[in-house]
Write a protein that binds this ligand. Structure first.
Ligand code: HEC
Length: 310
């Protein structure tokens, strides 16, 4: 069904639509009157009912819930009945086509009667069937949670930058000892250190900076305990990764994690689909250093070590 929605319609626009419809109705009625003709009461009622339905269902935006829709249409039906039965004359006028159809004596009405008597039970049957037919959950989607990464990841290419990290050889530039040398076991040495100590080691200072980045950007989803239970977590499917579970970053090389952080859900290859990951592509918001530091923090905080290639 085509939509004639006006996104974010304001109350005033709604009033305009209602007023226009009203004047069109009055205008058409007046035009017909000048020609000494009029739409029969039954036709009028149907026309008003359908117009109200179309406006409520297809013009109003945001769409109204179906329970409310039923209430509104019920009220409109009631008002229409009051309207057509206001005086004896219009009530007779309204009933005429119905009685004629039921009697089925006039030739034209006989066909209408047959169609109505067949269509009504069919429609009722279809409605009932639709209501009671069992509904099945969508099948569980099979997906690769940790798809094969690319050989290299080029970050900030959208911003015209050109930093390329080869995943096999790249290292977290902040996993370093006091001499600034990459050190595999620096984390082990500092597992119990206090990142807020003013005399903390270089490595612990980077961890602390990474923590700040994490709490500014990641904890809304990944949780302040890094357990994937952030305040927005359950709005998403799949839910954010739980870093404190050995199934996530503990299984991964640090460069794989860097690739995931920089490219997010949109950067997943086809085997990662079909699924809609809410993980943002952080290269659009953070520098490469900030991403590496956040990752450093995640490993330090959970106590897991990144996997190595050998
Ligand atoms: C809007 C919510 C959201 C925010 C904010 C967010 N993430 Fe995620 N993240 C997710 C979701 C959802 C997943 C799981 C789906 C996926 O792997 O893409 C995920 C997955 C990940 C993974 C992959 C883990 C794995 O096992 O493959 C890493 C790493 C990650 N996030 C790091 C981060 C970091 C670092 C930040 C902050 C800079 C961050 N995330 C911010 C939603 C978010």
């Amino acid at each position: 069904m085509g939509k004639i929605w006006i996104p974010g319609m304001m109350p005033i626009e709604l009033l305009l639509i209602l007023a226009t419809t009203f004047f069109v109705f009055v205008g058409v009625g007046w035009l017909l009157k000048t020609q000494n003709r009029s739409i029969p009461k039954f036709g009028q009622a149907i026309l008003i009912w359908l117009t109200a339905f179309v406006i409520l269902k297809f013009v109003l935006y945001p769409p109204i819930p179906s329970a409310l829709m039923k209430t509104y249409m019920g009220l409109i039906t009631l008002v229409l009945f009051l309207l057509v039965s206001a005086d004896e004359e219009s009530w007779t006028d309204f009933k005429r086509p119905i009685l004629k159809t039921l009697a089925g004596e006039t030739p034209g009405y006989r066909g209408v009667r047959t169609i109505t008597l067949v269509a009504l039970p069919l429609l009722a049957g279809m409605g009932t069937y639709n209501n009671i037919v069992p509904k099945f959950e969508e099948p569980i989607e099979l997906r690769t949670v940790h798809p094969a990464p690319p050989a290299a990841v080029k970050v900030h290419d959208l911003k015209g930058g050109d930093k390329t990290f080869t995943l096999q050889t790249a290292q977290n530039p902040f996993r370093v000892d006091e001499d600034g040398q990459y050190s595999r076991d620096v984390q082990q040495k500092h597992v119990n250190d206090n990142p807020f100590d003013p005399n903390a080691s270089k490595y612990m200072q980077y961890v602390r900076e990474g923590g700040a980045i994490f709490f500014q950007n990641c904890h809304f989803c990944h949780g302040d305990n890094l357990d994937g239970r952030g305040m927005f977590a359950f709005a998403f499917n799949p839910i954010p990764a739980n870093f404190s579970d050995p199934g996530t970053i503990a299984q991964l090389q640090e460069t794989f994690v860097f690739w995931r952080v920089s490219k997010g859900g949109p950067g997943l290859p086809r085997e990662g689909f079909p699924w809609a990951s809410a993980m943002p592509p952080w290269e659009q918001h953070l520098t490469t250093d900030e991403m590496w530091k956040a990752i450093l923090f995640e490993y330090w905080h959970t106590g897991f070590y990144p996997r190595t290639w050998d």
